[in-house]
Design a protein around this ligand. Structure first.
Ligand code: CU
Length: 108
């Protein structure tokens, strides 16, 4: 490999590491409930929480502990970045259906 080819190769390698996406965790909203209702995530790193609202009505993902609040239209998905988190439990709820839409992120 020439010096030029080698440097292109290493530049590509470094940039692919730099853009590595944070781990993804999926949660479904259906019948005004979160599934799973307990979401385990690794502590100490940024997480992409992808919330798939399969209900026809909008829901608002809200968590005081995670300091997040996001309206998700019916039949659509939203990405919510959380963390890096200390180990612990971080409750969340659906503000539009709080009686049933309850969950918790567990960082460990
Ligand atoms: Cu709210």
């Amino acid at each position: 490999m020439s010096v030029f080819k080698a440097s292109v190769f290493f530049a590509a390698l470094v940039s692919s590491v730099a853009v590595a996406a944070p781990p993804e965790v999926h949660v479904v909203i259906k019948d005004h409930r979160f599934t799973p209702s307990e979401v385990k995530v690794p502590a100490g790193q940024k997480i992409r929480l992808i919330v798939d609202n399969q209900d026809a009505t909008p829901e608002e993902f809200e968590s005081h502990e995670l300091n997040r609040e996001k309206v998700i239209a019916g039949k659509s998905k939203a990405t919510i970045y959380i963390g890096p988190l200390e180990p612990g439990r971080y409750p969340f709820f659906g503000e539009f259906n709080e009686a049933t839409a309850q969950g918790v992120v567990v960082a460990e």
